[in-house]
Design a protein around this ligand. Structure first.
Ligand SMILES: CC(C)(COP(=O)(O)OP(=O)(O)OC[C@H]1O[C@@H](n2cnc3c(N)ncnc32)[C@H](O)[C@@H]1OP(=O)(O)O)[C@@H](O)C(=O)NCCC(=O)NCCS
Length: 247
């Protein structure tokens, strides 16, 4: 792939991610999420969430997917230095039709799933489980419900830009790699967006179709490190890109 941007800022180009990129990709993603308040709260406690280790585990499996049917990962490289500045992993759902099963799956009880999450006595586990339950509800009922015609779609598994390369259009360049594919295939893309993602995707025409508002002070086990009295609310945004009609 040869997509690139040139502006007053340094120029970047896109290429397929390769396994030797994984340590740099995991490290820059951890750096990118350092100021994400939801990630900061999750990274507290006796069993803290480790974003770098999670990405080191997930990236090789995303990169091993069949790009035509399951998903692909690209990096944005700063052309002058060769440094990996950011990356995005795209997932494809429904490109391989599911084999019809003899027994239809029983309906999933989302309310019960959420009640169980709400009852978890550990506040950090409760935060994780509640946002996970909300995400599952959205995937099953709105984003790609079975037999809706929406189950053939793209989604953002993860996107990150290193802090020193942020605000220079790298996120947009990365987002456009999936949007081009969605336009070609005539499918929607969805993302379960962080607060930073909520600034990026709407600029590119994505619509916010839902939010999940968490009062972080209900879950945080310590105050914020910057001296603020409260963590405040964190709002996840479910966003949808609709493909451009074919000419
Ligand atoms: C979300 C994220 C990927 C956006 O990446 P980014 O490279 O900063 O995004 P862009 O530069 O394309 O757009 C961001 C800003 O730069 C501006 N910009 C775009 N092109 C530009 C250019 N050529 N020169 C200068 N600024 C530019 C945009 O207008 C936008 O402006 P804003 O400051 O008003 O928001 C990045 O903030 C990040 O990695 N965050 C942490 C991880 C995260 O939350 N990931 C999303 C998970 S769903």
């Amino acid at each position: 792939m040869t997509t690139s941007i040139n502006s007053a800022s340094p120029s970047y180009h896109i290429r397929a991610a390769e396994l030797p990129d994984v340590p740099a990709m995991a490290a820059l993603s951890a750096d990118g999420f350092t100021t994400d308040r939801n990630t900061m709260v999750k990274a507290m406690g006796p069993d803290p969430y480790d974003h770098k280790a999670t990405m080191e585990m997930l990236l090789p499996s995303w990169m091993a997917l069949d790009p035509a049917t399951r998903g692909w990962t690209v990096v944005a490289v700063e052309t002058a230095t060769g440094e990996v500045a950011g990356w995005v992993s795209w997932g494809r759902a429904g490109y391989v039709p599911r084999a019809p099963s003899a027994e239809p799956a029983p309906p999933f009880d989302h309310d019960e799933h959420e009640r169980k999450a709400q009852a978890d006595p550990d506040p950090l586990a409760r935060l994780n489980r509640l946002s996970g339950a909300n995400f599952k509800r959205w995937m099953d009922t709105k984003l790609m419900p079975p037999a809706s015609g929406k189950e053939r779609c793209l989604y953002v598994s993860s996107i990150s830009v290193a802090p020193k390369h942020q605000g220079r259009g790298v996120g947009q360049l990365l987002a456009q790699t999936g949007m081009a594919e969605a336009d070609k295939d005539g499918v929607e893309i969805w993302v379960h967006g962080s607060e930073a993602a909520g600034k990026l995707f709407p600029k590119l025409g994505w619509k916010v179709i839902g939010t999940y508002d968490l009062d972080l002070d209900e879950y945080a086990i310590a105050p914020p490190p910057n001296g603020d009295a409260k963590w405040g609310h964190y709002v996840f945004q479910y966003m949808l890109y609709t493909p451009k009609p074919k000419a």
